[in-house]
Ligand binder design. Structure first.
Ligand SMILES: Nc1ncnc2c1ncn2[C@@H]1O[C@H](COP(=O)(O)OP(=O)(O)OP(=O)(O)O)[C@@H](O)[C@H]1O
Length: 410
């Protein structure tokens, strides 16, 4: 810091009133010149002070911006594995279990211990050690900057892909179209259908296509894990989306917070009710043409409180059914794209034999077939492997899962 310049003394002259006029005038002129000089010095000092003030302001702004960037990039959650010498730490990233050696700032090095959960930025620098509350919140939301799923990874539900693109992607990608025509795009989109049919994939693929951040929260977690916190978490969810626009909010298992109101008045019900009211109020106060789209999913359409389906809320309903025979064939092809599949494998036949299978179940079937090949010391997966995998799955789950008859979705 530079020291402030000293303030010049106020000029002073004793002028004898008895002096002849011309000498007095001369003395006064001299005094005036002194005053003018001091004035000039003060003006200079004032300018310098102004400049210093501006520099400090710029610095504050820069630090604030840096702070903001640090805050908004501390996205990923990791667990500290080991604290080494030289302020180095090994962290394991959640989600992909990748281990990374990273630096920890001297500012927080004392706080970091093995087993702690921490927030790391894009370059894995530890930003903060999570306290129990932030930790809980961080866990309840899954945030992906750019999900990897694309439309090409989704099979058998082409019509639904189109509908989602129209209702979610277009308002994000071309909002001016809606402006020009003078209509509001659908506020929220509700995907409903049996489990494992690709609802989450659809939401992720739109986020991928529109370069939007994907923020997922499960309704069941809101209710189960964070008792008393539900409505605050909903608020945080929308806040998080606003900070990361464009964003897709995906609320899975929305039935957990939006079930038909019952007569029972237990405190748990009241909490669920509050969570839902918060969700509705967030949606009602929402700029539909904005850069945030909301997608919800449920397997229990029958249970939903109709209040959430009103215009301005989840007003676009898209049923995502189990794929038909051709759809299953497509899904088989998608999930075997990276597999070493023998020539004789007949996906048409397998599609015939997997009536009632969801996309997720077909994915497990392909993995199971691969396991048979490995067990038999082969690198190629044969048709017989698929047949045996099918038999195994049918035997394991003969009473459940394979048939979706037990799921109510309309
Ligand atoms: N239509 C599909 N095409 C390709 N793969 C699919 C399809 N549907 C499901 N899968 C596979 O199953 C997995 C689970 O699918 P997804 O999570 O999208 O289902 P969901 O409908 O959201 O299920 P739930 O209702 O249980 O949340 C996907 O990661 C994918 O591998």
């Amino acid at each position: 810091m530079s020291r402030s310049p000293s303030i010049p003394d106020r000029p002073h002259r004793d002028i004898d009133p008895d002096l002849p006029d011309d000498e007095r005038l001369e003395a006064l002129r001299g005094h005036f010149a002194d005053l003018a000089e001091v004035n000039e010095q003060l003006t200079e000092q004032l300018e310098e002070a102004e400049q210093r003030r501006q520099d400090l302001r710029d610095r504050v702004e820069r630090v604030e911006r840096e702070n903001e960037t640090l805050k908004s990039s501390s996205l990923y959650i990791a667990t500290v594995e080991d604290v080494l010498e030289n302020d180095e730490v090994i962290v394991k990233q959640h989600g992909n279990n990748q281990e990374v050696l990273t630096d920890v700032s001297p500012r927080i090095v004392e706080e970091v211990d093995p087993g702690d959960r921490v927030a790391v930025n894009d370059s894995f620098a530890i930003q903060t050690v999570l306290n129990a509350e932030t930790d809980a919140r961080a866990q309840s939301m899954e945030i992906t900057e750019k999900p990897e799923v694309t439309y090409a990874d989704i099979g058998g539900i082409d019509e639904q892909v189109l509908e989602v693109r129209e209702a979610v992607e277009q308002p994000l990608a071309e909002p001016e179209l809606f402006h020009e025509v003078g209509i509001e795009p659908p506020s929220g989109v509700l995907l409903y259908g049996p489990p494992g049919t690709g609802k989450t994939m659809l939401a992720k693929a739109v986020a991928n296509e529109t370069d939007a951040t994907f923020i997922k929260m499960a309704g069941s977690e809101l209710v189960r894990k964070f008792i008393g916190e539900g409505s605050r978490l909903v608020r945080d969810l929308f806040e998080m989306a606003r900070e990361r626009e464009p964003a897709i909010i995906f609320i899975d298992e929305i039935d957990a917070i939006a079930t038909t109101r019952t007569e029972s008045k237990t405190s748990g019900d009241a909490e669920v009710q509050r969570t839902m009211m918060q969700l509705l109020s967030e949606m009602d106060g929402f700029e539909a043409r904005g850069e945030i789209r909301i997608i919800a999913a449920t397997n229990r359409f029958d249970m939903l409180d109709r209040a959430i389906l009103r215009p301005g809320r989840f007003d676009r309903l898209i049923e995502v059914p189990e794929a038909d025979r051709d759809g299953r064939e497509q899904i088989l092809e998608i999930h075997t794209r990276n597999m070493n599949v023998a020539d004789g494998v007949d996906f048409g036949d397998l599609a015939d034999d997997t009536d009632g299978y969801s996309g997720a179940e077909i994915e497990s079937l392909t993995t199971e077939a691969g396991m048979f090949a490995i067990r038999n010391d082969r690198e190629q997966v044969t048709h017989q492997d698929f047949v045996e995998a099918l038999e195994k799955i049918e035997k394991d789950d003969s009473s459940e899962v394979i048939s979706s008859a037990g799921y109510f979705y309309q």
